[in-house]
Design a protein around this ligand. Structure first.
Ligand code: URA
Length: 461
């Protein structure tokens, strides 16, 4: 008979004591089997949020959630499989570009991505703005696609870390998301059960991230890395700035469009390219292309970061990564005619300033069903330098335009979002178009305009 009592477990954590491994497994089994009601699970989550967890407890919680469901295995693959995870941000389309670069370079990438919630976007929503694209894959289909194409990206299956799914839904409505042990265990249980041998973490800090400062991001990253190593996986991380949106677009189909422009070499935000290359280098270093012989002293044989960047830039700039992107989209049912249209539309031939002010209705319907395009014009009298664009505020604007969901079950408008025509480091004058809104919701444009205006930090010359 089980002598552990959930009320006593809650009381123990309320009083700041460490829970035993057995108590943590008891809690997670109870949540998975619906034997522990939401009110008791929420009480324990709040106690963890307030009093924290030791590294041992955080590891136990991760492993208990990992084994609450099924674990994918790439064991008999003959190659290392690498995964990349971002802790979430505004305009983060890195996966759409990194997966194809790595696969085209010969590194197998298996990813399970999430949907957006609140101000944070999700890769699955972005991919599903491509007509026909399916993110529902069986584990066998995922493994097969990683084998044949080199890259697959699927929505988290029902039986992958189900305890985390239930707890995350509770955390979302009980103000218990922002806890380092809860975030670390929630992310790592899914990463460990999705089977990759190497995990690269993009841990973000800033106004648009869970972690507001660099030190907390580093702390979260170190805990996640130590969990991975303890579980027998290789792991490294990049700490990245999420005080301003990443790249030129925020919104699902807009970000697909930016990824297509990036991969096809038409336009690349330098800020986005820099982060992509940093993450790619880390992924390469965890792959078997780099870890040629771990047992010998091969350090002198290994390529330098500059050599890896050179190699991967070649894959990107030659168009091989873009070909791989199309192969990946097609393998998951996505319509390549749509990608071709994004690539070859007249609007894409002369940079972002070449955007037509008015698309025809047919263009709008073809180009991802965008309904309303509204340019935001600078009203400043003098020349000014953009020194910041607050990512959190941009996230709120894009939510208002319809690109995100406030609750898990909300519908999103895949065509909605913001396109930035001026970014940090650029000068603006009166009458310049700062950004363009895409939305079906005409009524909220004025409110969104005010919100976006307050996101800009300017240095008036
Ligand atoms: N992403 C997750 O999967 N879990 C968290 O707790 C936070 C971000």
């Amino acid at each position: 008979m089980n002598s552990i009592n959930i009320t006593e477990v809650i009381d123990k954590k309320k009083n700041g004591k460490a829970l035993s491994t057995e108590e943590i497994y008891f809690f997670i089994e109870g949540v998975t089997n619906d034997e522990i009601p939401d009110y008791q699970a929420s009480a324990l989550l709040m106690a963890i949020c307030i009093n924290g967890m030791t590294e041992r407890e955080t590891y136990d919680l991760t492993m208990a959630m990992r084994y609450s469901g099924h674990n994918i295995s790439f064991e008999d693959f003959g190659h290392t499989v690498v995964d990349k995870h971002s802790t979430g941000g505004i305009g983060d389309k890195t996966t759409l570009i990194i997966g194809p670069i790595m696969a085209a370079a010969g590194v197998r990438v298996a990813k399970m991505s999430g949907r957006g919630l609140g101000i944070t976007g999700g890769t699955i929503d972005k991919l599903e703005s491509i007509p026909g694209f399916s993110s529902f894959m069986t584990e066998e289909q995922l493994v097969e696609q990683v084998k044949t194409v080199g890259f697959a990206d699927a929505a988290q299956t029902e039986n992958l870390a189900p305890a985390d799914k239930k707890l995350y839904a509770l955390r979302d409505v009980t103000a218990t998301v922002d806890s380092i042990p809860l975030i670390a265990s929630s992310i790592m249980c899914k990463k460990l059960s999705s089977g990759a041998d190497g995990i690269v973490l993009d841990v973000k800090y800033g106004s648009g991230a869970f972690m507001r400062d660099e030190d907390s991001a580093e702390k979260l990253a170190e805990i996640m890395k130590s969990i991975a190593y303890k579980a027998g996986k290789k792991c490294s991380y990049v700490i990245s700035d999420m005080n301003q949106p990443l790249g030129y677009t925020v919104g699902n189909s807009l970000e697909i469009e930016e990824a297509v422009r990036f991969l096809s070499g038409r336009e690349q935000s330098p800020q986005l390219r820099e982060l992509i290359m940093k993450l790619c280098v880390e992924m390469y270093k965890l792959s078997d292309l780099y870890l040629i012989d771990d047992s010998s002293d091969s350090s002198t044989m290994k390529e330098s970061d500059a050599e890896i960047i050179n190699k991967l830039s070649g894959v990107l700039d030659s168009g091989k990564a873009y070909d791989k992107f199309k192969e990946f989209v097609s393998a998951q049912g996505g319509d390549l005619k749509f990608i071709k249209e994004l690539e070859s539309s007249e609007d894409y031939n002369s940079g972002y300033d070449g955007y037509k002010e008015e698309l025809t209705y047919e263009d709008i319907v073809r180009l991802s069903k965008r309904k309303k395009k509204s340019p935001i014009i600078s009203e400043i009298n003098n020349k000014a330098l953009i020194t910041g664009i607050d990512a959190e505020k941009v996230g709120r604007v894009s939510l208002l335009l319809g690109a995100g969901r406030r609750r898990k079950d909300d519908e999103i408008d895949h065509g909605a979002g913001v396109l930035f025509r001026k970014v940090v480091g650029e000068s603006i004058s009166e009458g310049d178009v700062l950004a363009v809104f895409y939305t079906k919701k005409k009524r909220i444009i004025k409110q969104a305009e005010r919100m976006l205006a307050s996101a800009y930090e300017l240095f008036v010359e």
